[in-house]
Design a protein around this ligand. Sequence first.
Ligand code: AMP
Length: 120
Amino acid sequence: MMTAMTTDPDCVFCSIVAGEVPAEVVHSSDHSLAFRDLDPQAPTHVLVIPRRHVADIGALTAAAPDEAVALLAAVQVVAELDGMGNAYRLVFNTGAAAGQSVPHAHAHVLAGRDLGWPPG
Ligand code: AMP
């Protein structure tokens, strides 16, 4: 599905996509950007975001399912680049009650330590 790319001037992740806010970018593709989290919760903590501004992964899947698939492909590239192999945790906090603080869809890719279950 093709829809116009959207951006929000008040969104910090859109500002990173635009190059207006610095970030340690580890991977970039037509539809996604991956950069290190400012406040890492594991030795490796990378955020993978769609370039399009959408509130969460559900909204991305509804608006542009191909871009949701591209996001997952980017996660796997990041995991391989960062030497995580197949041992990483992928988290989409969705909604404030689930801990989402930035309303631009993003995947947390966490690795490099034992990750307990259930998550906090
Ligand atoms: P969440 O709480 O799931 O919405 O995750 C948002 C994440 O974005 C948090 O882990 C923050 O540390 C991270 N974050 C916020 N601003 C920045 C930024 N400018 N650069 C990198 N990571 C950021």
